[in-house]
Design a protein around this ligand. Structure first.
Ligand code: PRX
Length: 635
């Protein structure tokens, strides 16, 4: 009997010890007992962080959709797999059973095949949160195509960059999407992107908003009629454990996003194992993660983790504020949700509204609450705990990343005592380390440093698509033989971890991971702009918001600043998407720079946060005089 489902603290410590003492045996037992393999592995783990090369379950053969769908059909075919709740509460919810999911995935997979999509081909998915989104991921996985989901809030330029980076062959999109009272012309965005995407041969379009769109002859086709004519049977493609399952882009320190590559076997084992334990999922529970499948949270904890456990997973198309701020809680009551997983930014936004929006609903079905994506502040934690959980549902503050594929540090609900703002303890198999300023590992408790991981876990991303050097540079070069997360953290007196935030040029805005470089690149395209630097500053709802310091060319100096601000945010929206718009823009004669010409963001960050007392030594700057001007004119 393996320790797939941990039930108490003693067992957690026991399992953790085992997972560290003999990781291969630990994961082998879990993989063997809880998943369907067409062939067992020759070796559990092969790794070298120097290269870096990480392989789990090498030699094994499987298809993840057999694990997420087929194996549940005999005993649980009628159980709801996906519970779809539309944007408009007047539209009925859809209960998609495992049987129906199987048929729809197979039909979709057959349509992809008919379009010439084969094992290893990349398929870009640009869809709203409708069932076809989850189904398209699974359809790709069924035939061995690599899916690359692009969040449907990204602009046409961002979409094109991602399509071209991995040479996608086909795009799945919809006519439009509903977001609260608005609808968005997704197909128009795709059309614009595809002007510069030569690799795309076909576009499959889901009808959702019934808006008027253009269909390009020979390239675009409505999906529904194709599905209706497709067979409901599609044999699985047998995959190697280390065959890529998907690419998911995340921001980095250059303008080019990083296409993180996740492979099949290890990702499946880890996402399923962590889902079961972190949410303590039981058979009749209804589980709801409010994230978008466009992010890793949706991949691992709406689709793969829950379905591999035969769970019922809710997909919500809408937003928390439509038709009013009670929408989340109305859905919890309506579907008797047991586990509810969301982002701190959503909690902060809802906590600002009248408490009646929460109290008028019966939330007694809730057993576990979760947060992800950014640090949760103490106030929001208590509001969530008191008003949503009624002080009886433990909060799991889960720390992880697109790169890690699954939750790394988190309480186990009802098992680990929670502590507001702390992600608490590492999950089995995870060996965190804190590194000090001189690159030394900080041992013992009550220390703070840079968060690294010393040993591979099954769902670590294996590479960056097309750029293994960048993978090595970004994650394995800062400290020898360790994976560097880019986050800072502290370990308290009992060994609990608290994530203190990014230590690199990534800023988390409303839970979205944004690199400063692509935003600066976009701003610098404005004809009046000479250069720019973006930093984060604390924001009530978003957690962090963006503050831009912008120097203008001589020709731009007479321009009206309000107009410039609008134009600059418009450029950002076009290049990246509205999520990356700046909250504050300060026009300045210069940016503080080192003698080698590097922008001193540390100073800019402090000014944006109004921490001007302790700026450190600025005398070595190339242009120290500019700092005073920046301070005096700060917003
Ligand atoms: O800085 C950490 C923050 O989000 C980053 C990862 O972002 P992304 O790859 O978009 O994945 C988000 C969903 C897993 C991390 O490096 N982060 C994530 N979870 C937490 C967090 N910061 C504090 N507490 C968390 N629970």
């Amino acid at each position: 009997m393996s320790n797939y489902h941990i039930k108490n603290l003693e067992e957690y410590f026991d399992v953790y010890r085992k997972s560290v003492n003999d990781p291969e045996l630990f994961w082998e037992e879990i993989a063997e007992e809880h998943f369907v393999w067409r062939k067992k592995w020759d070796k559990v783990l092969n790794w070298d962080f120097k290269k870096p090369e990480i392989k789990w379950f090498e030699g094994a053969k499987l298809n993840i959709t057999e694990n997420c769908i087929d194996r549940h059909l005999t005993a649980n075919g009628d159980k709801t797999a996906i519970l779809f709740e539309p944007n408009d509460p007047k539209e009925p919810a859809q209960h998609i059973s495992y049987n129906e999911l199987s048929e729809r995935v197979n039909q979709f997979a057959n349509v992809l095949k008919s379009k010439g999509v084969k094992k290893g081909d990349r398929v870009c998915i640009y869809l709203p949160m409708i069932p076809e989104l989850a189904i398209s991921l699974l359809a790709c996985a069924r035939i061995g195509a690599i899916h690359s989901v692009v969040f449907a809030g990204f602009s046409s330029t961002a979409l094109a960059t991602r399509i071209n980076d991995s040479d996608c062959k086909l795009v799945v999109t919809s006519d439009g999407s509903f977001r609260g009272a608005k609808s968005i012309d997704l197909k128009g965005i795709v059309d614009e992107a595809l002007i510069s995407c030569p690799s795309i041969q076909s576009v499959l379009v889901v009808k959702r908003t019934k808006s008027n769109i253009e269909m390009k002859e020979g390239r675009d086709e409505w999906l529904q009629p194709l599905l209706e004519n497709a067979s409901k049977i599609c044999p699985v493609e047998i995959m190697d454990a280390e065959d890529p399952l998907f690419i998911l882009y995340t921001s980095g320190s250059t303008g080019q996003p990083k296409g993180m590559v996740h492979t099949t076997g290890g990702y499946m084992v880890y996402s399923a194992f962590t889902f079961k334990n972190v949410f303590q999922y039981r058979n009749d529970d209804v589980y709801w993660c409010t994230a978008d499948i466009g992010w890793i949270t949706g991949h691992s904890y709406i689709v793969y983790g829950p379905l591999a456990n035969g769970a019922t997973t809710v997909m919500f198309e809408g937003v928390p504020s439509y038709p009013d701020y009670g929408r989340f809680w109305e859905i919890v009551e309506k579907h008797k949700v047991s586990q509810f997983y969301t982002a701190p930014t959503a909690i902060r936004a809802l906590a600002k509204e009248n408490l009646d929006y929460v109290t008028k609903y019966d939330l007694s079905s809730l057993k576990v609450l979760g947060t992800v994506g950014e640090p949760i502040n103490e106030e929001a934690w208590h509001w969530y705990n008191d008003n949503v959980g009624g002080k009886k549902s433990p909060i799991v503050d889960t720390w992880w990343q697109t790169e890690t594929g699954g939750i790394m540090i988190s309480p186990l609900p009802g098992i680990t005592a929670t502590k507001p703002t702390y992600a608490t303890l590492p999950l089995p198999g995870i060996q965190p380390a804190l590194i000090g300023d001189n690159g030394e590992e900080l041992k013992g408790n009550q220390v703070e440093g840079k968060l690294c991981v010393k040993f591979p876990w099954p769902s670590i991303a294996r590479t960056i698509w097309g750029n293994h050097d960048r993978y090595r540079e970004t994650y394995f070069s800062a400290y020898a033989d360790m994976y560097f997360t880019g986050d800072g953290a502290l370990r308290d007196e009992v060994g609990y971890y608290r994530i203190t935030g990014r230590v690199d040029d990534v800023i988390i805005v409303s839970g979205h991971n944004l690199g400063t470089a692509p935003i600066e690149d976009a701003i610098n395209e404005h004809p009046a702009v000479s250069e720019s630097a973006i930093v984060g500053f604390p924001h009530d709802i978003k957690g962090s918001a963006l503050y831009g310091y912008i120097t203008l060319k001589e020709t731009g100096e007479d321009r009206d600043q309000d107009n410039l601000r609008k134009e600059i945010n418009q450029i950002i929206t076009e290049h990246i998407g509205p999520i990356a718009k700046l909250d504050k823009m300060q026009f300045t004669a210069g940016l503080p720079k080192t003698r080698s010409g590097k922008i001193m963001r540390r100073i800019l960050r402090k000014v944006a946060c109004n921490e001007i007392e302790n700026l450190g030594d600025i005398s070595t700057l190339l242009n120290p005089e500019v700092v005073e001007v920046i301070i005096n004119e700060r917003l």
